[in-house]
Design a protein. Structure first.
Length: 464
């Protein structure tokens, strides 16, 4: 965890090798990342995500003279930075189940060709989850909970509002069990917004839902990517359905999630428009693994996206410094992660404390892997297949990923979305490192100009 104010670590080197030709400063050193802010030098130490202010010129001169066999920990110790070993090779073992997502409807009324769920049905026959399966999932979620534990129940699809009655019954049962067992319950839904009703808004407000609306831009930009199966655009239809919810956010929060493709890269304009509509938060996510390959981001489009994200980030900085709220969730999540010293060997809880449930009651690593045997983890009747889960957690650990184990950003990134990596590899590593490098600089600026921002409650979004 970063202390404020930052320690300034400077020290003269005591061992040098003038004949060594390895320029460590210019190499991809997995143990640290050096960055500058207003002519000051800082060092992110990967393990425990610690940040120190250093004498940058002295540090660079020192490491340029070292023998290639010198352990990086010795370099850090020479500059007064103690060794840390927060993350080792040990995978998680049988983590308790604390979150489930229910595919209450494996079908959809939109025809988004990039959708991981293959237009909602996951490549199979359209299905609807029965009430019995949904209630069994809720019982499974509470199975080993103790008082004061926290669980989360999510509803996805397809389009989950096609299974509205099952969704409501499952929510009510989970809330009842939460009261009876003194377990805190959070609810969330990701929806395309086309089927929302004022009554849905009442229900989500009553149970404090985190509502995420998939919306890919403004007007025709959105319509190009998220049309009805007939080809008709959905943007104006969604806005009309959204108004009753946006106007009454108290217990519920309504956020926008923008899937970024090469066709909707106007991010600052999109962000300002959606913030202006009243969304609680707005976030962007690049399309990296499309079932058809259509609309997937390539190196050039990711480079453009990085520039657009940084422009959004600078707007965030200006607004925070001015004392305004600017709900750019990617930036808020990054500031949260850096301030808390986030360091993790996995990108998320998929396959660990979080599982996805198919309409038939089968368990998978997450909502994206529904009906995919490579990430199957048992079923609601027989429980979690712990052997398969153990193999997953062993194989997906960031230390077993290439090239992750040689990357300074590995404990902030966690190795990347499992689904995207297994489908397409890691085309976005340069984008992720570029974004994190900017976020480190922005973090230092905000720490010094608006430290009070970090004393208030930070956003809970996890995506960087």
């Amino acid at each position: 965890m970063l202390s404020i104010p930052l320690p300034i670590i400077t020290a003269a080197p005591v061992w040098q090798d003038e004949e060594a030709r390895l320029d460590w400063f210019g190499s991809d050193i997995p143990d640290w990342h050096q960055f500058a802010v207003d002519e000051r030098s800082f060092l992110l130490v990967a393990d425990q995500s610690q940040i120190f202010e250093i004498d940058g010129a002295e540090f660079s001169r020192h490491i340029s003279r070292l023998d290639p066999e010198t352990p990086p920990a010795h370099v850090l110790a020479e500059f007064g930075i103690p060794p840390t070993h927060a993350v080792d090779d040990t995978p998680l073992e049988a983590p308790p189940l604390r979150a489930l997502s229910l595919a209450v409807a494996q079908k959809c009324n939109l025809g988004c060709t990039y959708c991981y769920a293959q237009e909602g049905d996951f490549g199979g026959q359209a299905k609807a989850m029965s009430l019995d399966v949904a209630l069994a999932a809720v019982e499974r979620l509470f199975e080993d909970c103790a008082p004061h534990d926290r669980v989360n129940l999510s509803f996805l699809g397809g389009e989950p509002l096609l299974g509205r009655e099952v969704l409501r019954a499952a929510t009510q049962r989970a809330a009842q069990l939460g009261r009876e067992r003194a377990v805190r319950v959070g609810f969330s839904i990701t929806t395309n917004g086309t089927l929302l009703t004022p009554e849905d808004g009442d229900f989500f407000e009553q149970y404090g839902f985190a509502v995420t609306i998939s919306i890919d831009g403004v007007g025709e930009t959105h319509d190009r990517q998220r049309s009805f199966k007939s080809g008709r655009g959905s943007y104006e239809h969604i806005l009309a359905r959204l108004q009753p919810l946006l106007g009454r956010q108290r217990q519920m929060h309504v956020s926008a999630r923008v899937t970024v493709t090469p066709r909707n890269l106007e991010l600052p304009q999109t962000l300002d428009t959606l913030v202006g509509l009243g969304f609680h938060a707005v976030g962007f996510s690049p399309m990296l693994a499309s079932p058809t390959g259509r609309d997937a981001m390539d190196r050039d489009s990711l480079s453009v996206m990085l520039g657009q994200m940084i422009e959004c980030g600078r707007a965030f900085e200006r607004r925070v410094i001015a004392g305004e709220r600017y709900p750019f969730s990617n930036m808020g999540a990054a500031m949260q992660a850096l301030h808390r010293g986030t360091h993790r060997p996995y990108p998320c809880g998929a396959g660990a404390g979080y599982l996805g449930v198919s309409a038939d009651g089968d368990l998978f690593a997450c909502h994206r892997f529904v009906n995919d045997d490579t990430a199957a983890f048992g079923d609601l009747t027989h429980g979690i297949d712990r052997a398969r889960q153990a193999a997953w957690l062993r194989d997906r650990h960031v230390h077993r990923q290439t090239p992750c184990r040689g990357c300074w950003a590995r404990y902030l990134c966690g190795g990347g979305c499992h689904h995207e990596v297994l489908r397409r590899g890691r085309p976005a590593c340069d984008y992720i490192r570029g974004w994190l490098d900017y976020c480190l600089q922005a973090y230092m600026r905000l720490v010094e100009s608006r430290a009070d921002y970090f004393m208030s409650e930070l956003p809970t979004e996890a995506a960087l």
